[in-house]
Write a protein that binds this ligand. Sequence first.
Ligand SMILES: Cc1cc2nc3c(=O)[nH]c(=O)nc-3n(C[C@H](O)[C@H](O)[C@H](O)COP(=O)(O)OP(=O)(O)OC[C@H]3O[C@@H](n4cnc5c(N)ncnc54)[C@H](O)[C@@H]3O)c2cc1C
Ligand code: SF4
Ligand code: SF4
Length: 417
Amino acid sequence: MSGTNPSSAAENRPGVPRKGVGNDPREQHRDVAEAPGKIWFRDLDEAVIEADRCVQCASCVAACPSDSIGIDAEEGRPTLVRMCTGCSRCWDFCPRSGLRYERHLELAREERALEEPATYAARADDAAAAAGQDGGVVTALLAELLEAGEIDGAIVAREREDEPLRGEAVLATSREELLEAGGSIYNQTMGLGRIDELLADAELGDDPDLALVGTPCTIQGATALDRYDHAPADPIALTIALLCTRSFEHDRLVSRLESFGVDPAAVDRLDVSDGRLRAVDESGDTLLETPVDEFDAAGLRGCDECADFVGDAADISAGSVGSADGYTTVVVRSDTGDSAWEQAAPALETTAIDRPSVLERLADWNRRRAESTLPREFDPEGSVGISYDRHREAYDGTDREPEALNPARVHQYEEWC
Ligand SMILES: Cc1cc2nc3c(=O)[nH]c(=O)nc-3n(C[C@H](O)[C@H](O)[C@H](O)COP(=O)(O)OP(=O)(O)OC[C@H]3O[C@@H](n4cnc5c(N)ncnc54)[C@H](O)[C@@H]3O)c2cc1C
Ligand code: SF4
Ligand code: SF4
């Protein structure tokens, strides 16, 4: 693969009429007014965001060279904030459209220096273990790296003060801030798309080294940017993926909890593991414990197309599955991950993972779900870029086909796209 984008722009010009946009003047002049190969944010919006397939990884926000994509404050989704140049890059780096993520993961595996990933069960000392979701390993590891000067900060997530259970991305630069941000937030926080903004407030100098923590799709975007473009991923020195079968849309998650009679403000901790969702209050009393399937409708629909449960492109992955309660399952895959792990070792109690077969079974299940849901072929050997035309061929006529823009936003696109 050469060039700065994973897909071949020449293949990409849409020849398929778009749904429901017959009165749009831009559409009427589309074939003559545009240079060949252009894909606009509007195309991504219709194919992914309006089609309710966006997994809020923020790769498109980070990839845009003209900072044309922002993050909608209410919905937490990407949105156009200024003129789009049709450079195609948001499309090319989106794991729900132009980026064939399974090929990217295959390439990441081939590039890796460690032959076999190392898997552990581990737990941190008391403070990080108490703050963390499982063994507090991610918090402890980041704190050790910060204090050793190996990283200058970590992009993590914490609950917003003004809204129960809604997470926001933060740049933690001290152990205290990391402890405050311990635990899992079950909605996406778009940290990859907020690096510049977070750095602008942090005074970390010209060339900071950051750790990025996120769901596997976020790490796919960050590592694809690192391979093909570098600039947006330049500050990222270490990637940590949180094992993930599904993230949730915040408002739908909160409404669903309410439908079970749970006040979201009373929830101190949510946990999804072993197929169950548990909500616990500050004194440790269980407010709700139920099969997580009951929350299917609150999940992000695009997650069903994701086969990357373990976060295979990350330097290190962390989850709960396979280890005893109070321990974190950790997978270390790269030289960078290995040196970070060595650095943190004195602060961790490490043992062998209890049930490796459970980890493998869940990864297999996740892959089967993706293969049966994806309207396109699942092809780890295919081209890493998926053109707009090919996407339309596979998705049109399915329940995941592109949707016309929300009419409230059409006028803005006529001006900017
Ligand atoms: C949406 C989601 C789904 C998950 N699903 C599974 C699963 O199915 N199976 C499984 O084994 N594990 C799953 N996990 C991972 C698990 O919940 C723990 O995060 C993991 O075991 C690490 O535990 P820890 O105690 O070592 O981490 P901690 O010490 O608690 O550190 C976690 C770090 O991650 C950051 N963080 C938390 N949520 C987010 C977020 N949404 N985006 C970015 N950063 C975040 C925190 O700020 C903190 O720095 C999921 C996590 C998330 C966020
Ligand atoms: S899935 Fe990620 S890259 Fe694609 S539109 Fe959503 S936020 Fe952007
Ligand atoms: S299931 Fe996949 S797409 Fe959904 S949040 Fe997790 S990593 Fe992202």
